[in-house]
Design a protein around this ligand. Structure first.
Ligand code: GLA
Length: 736
């Protein structure tokens, strides 16, 4: 959609109608109040909105009914606290006399070609965006609130964010500013969330909504391993392929909250935004506050379609890196190979073997700087440790480059070790956890990223390395949560958000100064896997659990909202360091192909047979990775004993199926996997030379091999061939 026709305003009926390819989002102005009327399958034709039945709850000024009842049941598009709406608020404000409450009435609207930037925060971008801004004004003249909606027509995504401007002549405090509120009817509604833990991130959980609230949140200063800031609200019967799903993903990496509330009148209110636990943001007269953005999607075709909408949107409109659709270099990371115990001789040995096997980049992980021999020192002292690397980073990089390998490096810029020169010089740069002291976590403290001099120091360290070497990749790690809220300069109620603004500022500068840099964000594995970080980096290390079997669940959960091309996934050594499991090298490769693909093992210790498998895996990656980066994902089977998924090219002429037998059992028949997303009319040639119709593959299924053993897998490539009904063998090689 190249014009503004996807947003319309009916002046007489006072109805805003936002359309995407398959959805409608409808807002109405009713007696000055802004009502959420509908979000679902696209509606055509003229709207009556009789279903709102506001007369039942009419307070409509000067009309029958009581204000209290009205406030507590009207479907506010952006509800405020303190006026008699006892459901979850979108906004909660205090004036300088600590009196809470505001009452927002419709004031004005604007339809824009393009969108307004969200100051200091990551936000969706791209060509052909239309946006709607609706301005609400508090009747008590405290604030003006602008609700902003950007429309991503093709991917069926709408993003929302909120700007609060103080119009008071006094200081006011914001206690809650949600990025979105949405009221939908209750229909045996359930919530799909992604809780987890370190090395067990984003496990899919489905919960019934009873009366009251379900709260999904992180107050850790990071979006967290424990709860991802993306979730879906679905009906009881919604499946991967059928039924309604409302998906939401915050474009934010810090503390957040989402509340899903089933109300007394069987509606569901969903609010999501920055965590309001102890949030207190002061606005002086005329100042503005920008909420983070949230992306929302409605799918009437189940969870699978919702995921594909998010994947398209994230690839096209969130990730800005030039690597987004490019083949990424196959890398080997030395973390699980050596941990802290390495020197340049060892790295060069790994490099040489890796290069011989076809690997393209060596990433030097934690331990190259200061006096770091284990995890208890030197964070903040970002000088090369010349005892380990006498030739310096530039020298090592040159040696690797001469070998034909690129070099990457690990940093943990937000941290400081108490045992570091940086801490000895600037002890006040570390955030304290309480008035009295520190809570140590991985024997390290968090730098106060709300302070400019701290950010300047960190940036100088990063920029020094990338200006003076030919290093092409950065793994930006962050290995502990923020526990307290004590800064020497920033009030506790603003600390977590200002911390994130500081981190975003640094990553923005870095991507501007070094646009060629391939950045992989990381947070003790996948503790900050969110759309905020993906704005700065095309990929995020998915989890410190690299076991192929566990990764199937982690990557499946992650794929509900995030595209596979954004998931850092490596083949690692066995027995696996996180779970002790031994899996087939081939299976490890097939599972890592679901993401960015690379290695995390001591290649110098592998047998020649294993190196041959690596060569084959790299070949597969080169042949198929375009499907993973740019194609559509279909999750086919997700069971305890087996899993299957496939990628289909946008033009449906190519597909890659992965089948994993997690647990074998005796005398089992082959499994018939029903494929999806193909063109039913195409003929597809598989790698074993057989031809099937798309129709058959999707309705009858594709028979897997006779897989023998636990943790075994296979991949199958399908290519559309000339679909005439005559002798297909003749034309088998001809691509459509
Ligand atoms: C985190 C990362 C790991 C590794 C270590 C290094 O745990 O997730 O991949 O980089 O830090 O300390």
């Amino acid at each position: 959609m190249k014009d503004r026709a996807c947003i319309s305003f009916d002046n007489e009926k006072m109805i805003f109608h936002i359309k995407t390819r398959k959805t409608s989002y409808i807002i109405a102005v009713i007696d000055g109040f802004l009502a959420h009327a509908y979000y679902g399958t696209r509606l055509e034709g003229s709207l009556t909105l009789n279903h709102l039945m506001v007369e039942d709850i009419a307070f409509l000024q000067g009309n029958i009914g009581e204000e209290g009842t009205f406030m507590d049941s009207f479907p506010f598009e952006y509800p405020s606290d303190g006026q008699g709406d006892f459901r979850c608020p979108g906004i909660s404000i205090k004036n300088d006399k600590h009196i809470t409450g505001c009452n927002l009435k419709y004031e004005d609207y604007r339809i824009l070609q393009g969108r307004r930037a969200i100051k200091g925060l990551p936000y969706s971008n791209g060509k052909d965006i239309s946006s709607l801004e609706i301005v609400l004004k508090d009747v008590n003249n405290l604030v003006e609130v602008t609700l902003s909606y950007s429309v991503f027509y093709e991917s069926d995504i709408i993003t929302k964010n909120v700007i609060v401007k103080s119009i008071s002549h006094r200081t006011i405090t914001l206690n809650t500013v949600m990025s979105s509120s949405l009221d939908i009817p209750y229909d045996e509604t359930e919530v799909i969330s992604l809780p987890g833990s370190w090395a067990r991130e984003r496990m899919i959980e489905r919960t019934k909504i009873g009366h009251g609230q379900i709260v999904l949140a992180s107050d850790r200063g990071i979006s967290s391993h424990q709860m991802n800031p993306a979730f879906a609200v679905v009906s009881k019967d919604t499946t991967e392929t059928t039924g309604p799903a409302w998906g939401m993903a915050l474009v934010y990496s810090g503390s957040f909250v989402a509340r899903i509330e089933r109300t007394q009148f069987d509606r569901v209110r969903i609010v999501a935004g920055i965590s309001d636990n102890d949030f207190e943001w002061t606005l002086k007269p005329g100042e503005e506050f920008y909420s983070p953005e949230i992306a929302i999607c409605y799918s009437s075709e189940g969870i699978g379609n919702m995921s594909r909408c998010f994947h398209d949107f994230v690839r096209n409109n969130i990730i800005r890196s030039k690597y987004i659709f490019k083949e990424r270099p196959v890398l080997i990371n030395n973390w699980e190979a050596t941990y802290f115990d390495f020197d340049s001789k060892k790295l060069l040995e790994i490099g040489q073997k890796a290069r011989d096997a076809g690997i393209e980049m060596l990433v030097v992980d934690d331990g190259w700087f200061g006096a770091r021999e284990k995890d208890n020192s030197s964070l903040g002292d970002w000088e090369c440790n010349t005892k380990k690397i006498p030739e310096g980073l530039d020298g090592l990089c040159d040696e690797l480059n001469d070998m034909g390998l690129q070099m990457g490096i690990w940093f943990e810029p937000e941290m400081i070790s108490p045992d570091s020169d940086l801490y000895r010089t600037h002890p006040d740069w570390a955030l304290r956890e309480s008035g009295t002291g520190y809570v140590m976590c991985r024997t390290q403290l968090v730098l106060d990223m709300t302070r400019k001099e701290v950010r300047d120091y960190v940036y100088a360290c990063l920029s020094d390395v990338f200006s003076k070497t030919n290093i092409k990749y950065l793994k930006w790690d962050m290995n502990r949560p923020l526990i307290g809220k004590v800064s020497t300069v920033t009030p506790p109620g603003e600390l977590h958000h200002r911390y994130m603004l500081g981190v975003y500022e640094l990553q923005e500068k870095l991507t501007e100064q070094f646009p060629y840099l391939l950045i992989e964000n990381c947070c003790g594995g996948g503790g900050r896997f969110d759309l905020g970080m993906l704005y700065y980096s095309p990929q995020i290390w998915c989890s410190d659990d690299t076991d192929a079997v566990e990764r199937i669940c982690i990557q499946e959960g992650t794929s509900l909202f995030y595209p596979p091309s954004s998931m850092g996934a490596h083949v690692s050594v066995c027995p696996n360091h996180a779970v002790g499991r031994i899996t087939d090298m081939k299976t490890r490769g097939h599972v890592a192909l679901f993401g960015t693909f690379g290695y995390e093992l001591d290649i110098t210790k592998l047998s020649e047979d294993e190196i041959d498998v690596i060569r084959q895996q790299i070949d597969d990656y080169k042949k198929y990775s375009h499907l993973i980066r740019m194609g559509d994902l279909y999750r086919l089977i997700s069971k305890d004993d087996k899993a299957a998924w496939m990628f289909v090219s946008k033009d449906k002429t190519e597909a890659l199926l992965t089948y994993v037998q997690i647990l074998g059992s005796a005398n089992k028949p082959r499994v018939l996997v029903r494929l999806r997303g193909l063109n039913p009319k195409n003929n597809y040639l598989t790698d074993d030379g057989r031809i099937y119709t798309g129709d058959e593959l999707m309705n009858i299924g594709f028979a897997t091999g006779k897989v023998f053993g636990d943790f075994k897998s296979e991949i199958h490539y399908f290519r559309a061939v000339n679909n005439t009904e005559k002798d297909i063998g003749e034309d088998a090689d001809e691509k459509l």
